[in-house]
Design a protein around this ligand. Sequence first.
Ligand SMILES: [Zn+2]
Length: 158
Amino acid sequence: MRKRRPNHRLVKIHRSYTVEETARLFCIHKNTVRDWFMVGLPTCDRKRPTLILGPELASFLKARRTKNKRPCKPGEIYCVRCRAPKRPAGDMAEYQPITATLGNLSGICPDCEGMIYRRASMAKLAAIQGNLNVTFAEVEQRVSRRESLIVNSDFSQG
Ligand SMILES: [Zn+2]
């Protein structure tokens, strides 16, 4: 299922929009518009209700469309919060196997510091990882490492 992308051409650049008007214009939920504020859509701050300038709305949507079309390059992982491909912080990622042939590549987004994930098969891992430093997690090792971290933080002060 593919979501319809709001068409920036519907925006009249000589007017401004409230959240409600923007939602109605694109037949989307108001929360979707509020999400856009979180990812960089500028508003007229001191006004109530919040107003979005037409030209800014149009260029925001235009940028998003082209950005969304950009696939992740080698060494990049898509950040759902920033809605953009990112190089993980420190150029470091961890490969967590799900099956013998398939796993998840995870890292930390350098901008929002959230976890970012990318599905990666062992066969394509070399192509996907680019020049990232990838560590391979094994389930048992991760558990014991976490346990030792808990032990250390509990008792290191004593
Ligand atoms: Zn991010």
